[in-house]
Design a protein around this ligand. Structure first.
Ligand SMILES: [Zn+2]
Length: 295
């Protein structure tokens, strides 16, 4: 049995570190959970990592795992983000400091501020999510982590989100990837899918294995197919609905009628795959993203 150093961060709630020695050697690898409070599969991974470290059976070869529970208050409430706050995984670039008076900051704004130095110190990070609708597990590779993300054992690896959507800037992992460090997010299934914690665990193990930090064989799983996000289609009105439910990663054809409201039709501008289809989003948010397979 190997002893591990396990440290609860006294200054930063929801942060624990696990390493083979108290000097917390590099690389510092973030395992991020519940940036969205109701997405709990990553918290079960934290629990399992912590338990294995306590038992001395964690196959961590080197480095320090930094377990980060993103949105503590929203998890308590069982919601994505707090009622008076904002989506934590959209504001981590801290741009709100210039655009939003401090009097209107909510819990997530303060949380983004306190997490920023921690994120800026990571040498790699995996961010575990689940989705509101049923979905096959898929990865979101940040720039530079495309090939690594193909080793996570999920069929679909989406990338280039920054080219077609405005959400990429403010995600927590952008603070890691922008410094040239590997960073990937994974949607592990639907929120209460009983498989999601197991999927999240397997993905985390493969991520650490690919970084050569995991001293135990992992089942490789299938090699991910790279999908480049090239378009986002915003919801034109409250009445807008898909003409029939779209499945995630379903193929769509150029000109295919996707949805309509009273005055307009939404057609696919090109051949591709439907990513994150959801016609229940607020007006102006994207009802679907389109992706094409990289050669
Ligand atoms: Zn999420």
């Amino acid at each position: 049995m190997d002893a591990f150093h396990i440290e609860v961060d006294a200054d930063l709630p929801g942060v624990r570190r696990i390493a083979r020695s108290a000097d917390l050697p590099r690389p510092h690898v973030g395992v991020i959970a519940a940036l969205h409070g109701d997405e709990t599969c990553g918290l079960s991974v934290h629990h399992a990592l912590h338990e294995a470290a306590m038992r001395g059976t964690l196959p961590l070869a080197a480095g320090t795992l930094v377990l980060i529970h993103g949105n503590l208050e929203a998890t308590q409430l069982g919601v994505r983000y707090t009622p008076t706050g904002y989506d934590l995984n959209r504001i981590c670039n801290l741009a709100f400091r210039a655009t939003l008076p401090q009097s209107r900051w909510g819990y997530e704004h303060r949380r983004a501020l306190e997490l920023a130095p921690l994120l800026d110190d990571l040498d790699a990070a995996i961010d575990l999510h689940s989705a509101g609708a049923p979905t096959v597990p898929f990865a979101v590779a940040l720039p530079g982590a495309e090939e690594l993300s193909r080793t996570l054992g999920v069929r679909w690896v989406t990338h280039a989100w920054h080219e077609a959507s405005d959400i990429a800037d403010g995600v927590a992992l952008a603070r890691v990837a922008s410094r040239g460090k590997p960073a990937a997010a994974v949607e592990c299934g639907q929120h209460h899918d009983r498989q999601a914690p197991r999927v999240a665990w397997a993905i985390t193990a493969r991520f650490l294995r690919s970084l050569e930090l995991w001293d135990e064989p992992v089942e490789p799983g299938e090699r991910g197919r790279l999908l480049r996000i090239f378009a986002s289609l915003p919801k034109p009105s409250a009445e807008f609905r898909f003409v029939r439910p779209l499945q995630g990663f379903e193929r769509v054809r150029e000109g295919q009628l996707l949805g309509r409201d009273r005055s307009s039709e939404l057609r696919s501008p090109a051949d591709g795959y439907a990513v994150l289809p959801n016609d229940a989003v607020p007006v102006g948010k994207n009802v679907v993203y389109l992706a094409r397979e990289d050669p």
